[in-house]
Design a protein around this ligand. Structure first.
Ligand code: SF4
Length: 252
């Protein structure tokens, strides 16, 4: 058997966990995530659906570190929502991380790198700050869901990242209706841009609203061949990122 076809102990464990937890509830998965994988952080964008996972974590283990990446390019609505939720949910271990100021001044002094090279911009403002912040953790939790896009359709509940840390997606199987029902049941405020047609919310220059029938993430990097910021790796492999800017329609 070729080497790459052999199962590592990690992939065997991931397979067993995914089999065991696929039909379990998000709170049960989250409880396992918060107690069974060493030092764990929740990484939250405080975006369209973030309040659901934040509320669950606040109920199960309120001391959990919550990492929020302020890229310094976010919508003002996101920043206001983040401040409001931190207070409302009593998020006592919120850690706001962001780009290194010296690198920022050197590499993107005019805040225009996203126009020329969105991958470099995401690396500077998101991926590298998060990689640094995750150094002290054994595992992390994300709010990604399968329904958000074709590229996430096969999302597993348990994955590993490029550092062999566990990466856990308790809401992988949820759909928009589940999120809304949870918000209503717990009287949680929605992100203000959700009602304006933004079912997925990232940085302001790289996010548009979506039309009925479009995928939830269709407004992220619209017109550019880029689907993920680079934060998300699947079992050690980076999700595809963009070559130099190119129209999506040219690729089709
Ligand atoms: S989403 Fe856009 S502005 Fe934000 S870090 Fe990535 S390229 Fe830069």
């Amino acid at each position: 058997m070729p080497l790459d076809a052999e199962e590592s102990p990690l992939s065997t464990r991931l397979g067993a966990l995914n089999k065991q937890y696929e039909t379990q509830s998000a709170p049960d998965i989250l409880e396992k995530a918060l107690t069974g994988f060493g030092r764990t952080a929740l990484v939250s964008s405080f975006g369209a659906d973030a309040v659901v996972l934040l509320h669950m974590v606040a109920g199960i283990a309120p001391q959990t570190p919550i990492l929020f990446i302020d890229t310094m390019m976010l919508f003002p609505e996101t920043l206001a929502y983040q401040r409001y939720l931190a207070q409302r949910l009593n998020l006592t271990n919120l850690r706001i991380i962001g780009p290194d100021q010296a690198y920022l001044a050197c590499l993107d002094p005019s805040d225009s790198l996203h126009q020329r090279d969105p991958n470099a911009c995401c690396a500077l403002r998101k991926t590298k700050p998060l990689a640094k912040a995750l150094l002290g953790f054994d595992s992390w939790i994300t709010g990604r869901k399968r329904f958000q896009s074709t590229s996430r359709a096969d999302l597993k509940i348990f994955e590993s990242d490029d550092q062999n840390r566990f990466k856990i997606n308790p809401l992988a199987g949820w759909i928009a209706k589940d999120l809304q029902a949870y918000r209503l049941r717990h009287d949680l405020p929605a992100h203000p841009l959700l009602a304006k047609g933004y079912p997925s919310i990232g940085c302001a220059p790289c996010t548009t609203s979506v039309q009925p029938g479009e995928e939830a993430r269709a407004g992220r990097w619209r017109g550019v061949v880029k689907i993920e910021c680079g934060i998300h790796f699947i079992n050690g492999q980076a999700k595809p990122l963009s070559p130099p800017i190119e129209e999506k329609k040219e690729k089709a």
